[in-house]
Design a protein around this ligand. Structure first.
Ligand code: TYM
Length: 384
């Protein structure tokens, strides 16, 4: 009889790539009774029904903001009911840019608390801290042998960090995408909910998986960036200048922990102009950005009203009042963020709950990670 196999350890892409009973038999030869066609068929159905694995992570390098929420966390919450999900706090990654660890524990707890406050259920997903899963570090080591200096140096995020911290161009920074690939591949995840800025890292993770499979045999499925609705999201800072970010341009970033007064202050100070001079004008980036934020947090008819006001503007008769638009946006943003901030603060003050969530998440993550590592070692031939 078939032994129980946890769904996350079934390499579904292998099933999708090479169909047929013989291939299934070959892949699962250690589980299947060789000539029992009926059992084999049951196994195929079971494998096809198994949930796909999802993984994503957030660095604890500052307060989480609206970009993190709409680029990534909103998807996590929807995905938790449909997929086998792993979400984690990337505290090893944070050391590449933030070597001072005085604030790290608080920041890790905050990320966990904010994820739960946004709707993640630690009973449904594995919510863990990266350094609690040492198996990732071993896979990172193997993948490092398949990553080349030239491609790592060309990575956009590496070049950006070199510009920002010329005195600390450490090896961890260079191999950052390799560690990210290990994070993903250790659970054999195929869907990775992330914002637009992570697209290149996902492409690199696919390259490393392909190289591993080519050299050692099919073990690691190729992961893809995911967003409900297709296009990956990039939320701009309030001045429309670059993406919202945890540590840069803080007065133009809306944090999930911002007080009502702070949210209002930031939004009311957002850059605008004298209004459009002709009807149906193209919106400048900073105005478009305010409408984008409104689309995310305001009611549909509110958005329609301001869109119509903008289009109806004409020379000498500008209908739209940006002051009113910002006031409405601030009100709706406060309604959206306040419950998250308050719930996150409660969870963050509950150290017992945090420890329980983190321990439970690590146990589940290690189970899946060690199953992959076993296959990885076997494929490389490091199973003495
Ligand atoms: P990080 O911590 O910078 O961001 C966490 C998530 O938020 C998304 N994001 C945004 N989305 C839209 N607009 C924005 N302005 C914006 N800013 C951030 C990011 O795309 C990300 O999804 N390298 C990753 C952490 C990581 C990871 C992983 C992610 C480590 N290992 C494995 C996925 C899988 C990072 O720095 O995210």
């Amino acid at each position: 009889m078939c032994k129980y196999l946890p769904p996350q350890s079934i390499p579904i892409p292998i099933l999708q790539k090479r169909k047929g009973v013989e291939v299934i038999k070959k892949t699962f030869f250690f589980l299947l009774p060789t000539d029992n066609l009926q059992l084999t068929t049951h196994f195929i159905i079971f494998a096809a029904m198994a949930k796909e694995v999802v993984l994503s992570g957030i660095r604890p390098t500052g307060f989480l903001h609206l970009g993190n929420y709409f680029g990534a966390m909103r998807n996590y919450v929807r995905m938790q009911d449909e997929y086998n999900c792993y979400f984690f706090v990337a505290n090893w990654h944070s050391l590449t840019t933030h070597p001072d660890t005085k604030e790290l524990q608080t920041a890790v707890h905050r990320v966990i608390a904010e994820n739960v406050a946004c709707g993640l259920d630690p009973e449904k997903v594995s919510l863990y801290v990266q350094s609690d899963v040492p198996e990732i570090a071993e896979l990172y080591l193997y993948l490092n042998m398949l990553a080349y200096k030239g491609e790592l140096e060309k990575t956009v995020t590496f070049k950006e960090k070199v510009r920002l911290q010329p005195d600390n161009i450490n090896a961890g920074l260079l191999t950052y995408p390799v560690l990210q690939a290990a994070d993903i591949l250790i659970h054999r995840a195929v869907k990775v909910p992330v914002g637009k800025d992570q697209e290149q890292h996902l492409e690199m993770a696919r390259n490393f998986a392909q190289r591993f499979n080519h050299r050692y045999g099919d073990v690691l499925p190729e992961p893809f960036a995911f967003n409900y609705g297709g296009e990956l999201v990039k939320i701009l800072s309030l001045d429309g200048n670059g993406k919202m970010s945890k540590s840069e341009n803080q007065l133009n970033t809306l944090y999930l922990a911002d007080s009502d007064e702070m949210l209002k202050k930031k939004i009311m100070k957002a850059k605008t102009d004298g209004g459009p001079e002709t009807p149906n004008s193209v919106k400048p980036d900073y105005i478009e950005n305010l409408f984008t934020l409104m689309k995310l947090v305001s009611a549909e008819d509110t958005l329609q009203k301001f869109e119509a006001d903008f289009d109806a503007s004409s020379a000498g008769n500008c209908i739209i009042r940006y002051g009113d638009l910002k006031k409405q946006l601030a009100e709706d943003m406060i309604k959206f963020i306040t419950p998250i901030r308050e719930k996150a603060a409660d969870i963050q003050n509950n150290k017992d709950l945090l420890s329980k969530i983190i321990k439970q998440g690590a146990d589940k993550a290690r189970e899946s990670a060690s199953a992959t590592l076993l296959e990885v070692r076997k494929a490389i031939g490091m199973n003495y």
